[in-house]
Design a protein around this ligand. Structure first.
Ligand SMILES: NC(=O)c1ccc[n+]([C@@H]2O[C@H](COP(=O)([O-])OP(=O)(O)OC[C@H]3O[C@@H](n4cnc5c(N)ncnc54)[C@H](OP(=O)(O)O)[C@@H]3O)[C@@H](O)[C@H]2O)c1
Length: 298
């Protein structure tokens, strides 16, 4: 089996690396904060002192850190993955980053002889723990084919978007536009029900069947009602993705009114100091506007 290196043991990385270990891939990891990676080391992964050392120990190196700046740093920066480049090595960046950054990283990797896939994912830490991610990869087809065993260990819907780097991260932005707007809609619906005297739990129940069904309501509706905002996908991260989608829209000439509003509401979440909380916390902004708090009836 291919030797895998993994850089970024965050909420997602933790679950993905667990799956890779379960599937039998020899795994070497690096995380900025070593303590947060301890449980994966305990599960059998080897530790690398730098992303470069992680790359030297691996044939397939996966990076999954917060945003464009973090991906660039751990891949192209001092001590980064590309300093550990060696013949036969493949780089997969799974972060949801700006497509132009994916293209820039791919060019820098290519200059070092390293083929790269931008392969962001859909799902959340729970979905990742079940090995059921959606994966949208872009880059050379032969490299995609070579990485399929790794993808199949962690995902169920695996798509080759195209040969051109940046197309994976572009599709991810489009996916998250749907999610970001749906979370905003779910929050608005729950607050409206609350003020109209309807138990918000009944909104979750009735929208679970029929055309109003959304993953946003299914995964976050009850957490909005109980105000459980432990992060599965933070408001900061959703804000980042909607901002990137709006940048793309400006570039290609598309108006995104709903995405703009969803992004602005997440800006309010951030201003109120809750950016690290789950994006479901947008409900608190709508509650304040409506001077109410959603709660389940007895
Ligand atoms: N959570 C989800 O549901 C979900 C779903 C699909 C895609 N994604 C995407 O997956 C990526 C990771 O998300 P996550 O939820 O796992 O985030 P997270 O829990 O916040 O973890 C972020 C990871 O990035 C590292 N990091 C951040 N800035 C860094 C820097 N400057 N240098 C080195 N390492 C840095 C963190 O290291 P430390 O531990 O040291 O902080 C941590 O390992 C993001 O691009 C996100 O948009 C997330």
């Amino acid at each position: 089996m291919q030797k895998v290196g993994f850089v970024g043991i965050g909420l997602m990385g933790r679950q993905i690396t667990r799956r890779l270990i379960m599937a039998g891939f020899p795994l070497t990891i690096w995380n900025r904060t070593k303590e947060r990676a301890q449980e994966i080391l305990d599960a059998g992964a080897a530790w690398a002192e730098t992303p470069a050392a992680c790359a030297r120990a691996a044939e397939v190196v996966i990076t999954m850190v917060t945003d464009s700046a973090a991906s660039e740093k751990v891949i192209c920066g001092s001590g980064g993955v590309l300093e550990g480049a060696h013949p036969g090595m493949i780089l997969i960046d799974m972060g949801s980053i700006a497509p132009e950054m994916s293209r820039s990283i791919a060019a820098q990797a290519k200059a070092k002889g390293v083929p790269m896939l931008d392969a962001p994912v859909t799902g959340n830490p729970k979905v990742a723990s079940e090995g059921k991610l959606g994966i949208m990869a872009a880059g050379p087809r032969a490299i995609y084919d070579a990485c399929l065993p790794v993808f199949q260990a962690i995902g169920v819907k695996i798509i080759h978007v195209g040969e051109e780097n940046g197309m994976g991260t572009t599709l991810k932005l489009i996916n998250n536009l749907v999610m970001g707007v749906a979370i905003e809609a779910a929050a608005e619906a729950l607050v409206l029900a609350e003020k109209a005297g309807i138990d918000p739990v009944k909104v979750i129940e009735i929208t679970s069947v029929g055309g109003a069904r959304t993953g946003a309501m299914e995964t976050r509706g009850m957490r909005m009602i109980t105000h459980d905002f432990s992060p599965h996908f933070s408001a900061d991260n959703m804000y980042k993705d909607l901002s990137s989608a709006l940048n793309l829209a400006e570039k290609v000439g598309v108006c995104l009114p709903a995405a703009s509003i969803a992004r602005e509401m997440l800006r309010a979440v951030k201003i109120q100091g809750n950016g690290a909380m789950d994006s479901a916390s947008v409900v608190t902004v709508i509650e304040r506007l409506a001077d109410t708090v959603v709660k389940a009836r007895k």
